[in-house]
Unconditional design. Structure first.
Length: 75
């Protein structure tokens, strides 16, 4: 699952560069609109990460992704 780890570190680096230390579901959603590459990577990530898959609504899935990225930023 190296690609999943790579996505988390990529997204954490991106948001850190934007000085967003606490990305939210809206931040994730907005960047998907801006970047097709980010959206494609997020799609793969969301379909393979068990925590994200377990969420029922799309809002909960975006929040789960944001939570995983916040963990990477703290580490």
């Amino acid at each position: 699952m190296q690609k999943i780890k790579d996505f988390e570190s990529f997204a954490a680096g991106y948001f850190t560069a934007l000085r967003i230390k606490h990305p939210t579901a809206n931040d994730i959603r907005n960047y998907c609109i801006e970047s097709r590459t980010f959206a494609a990577a997020l799609s793969f990530y969301a379909c393979n990460d068990p925590y994200v898959i377990a969420q029922e609504s799309s809002d909960a899935k975006f929040e789960a992704v944001a939570k995983n990225i916040r963990k990477m930023i703290k580490d």
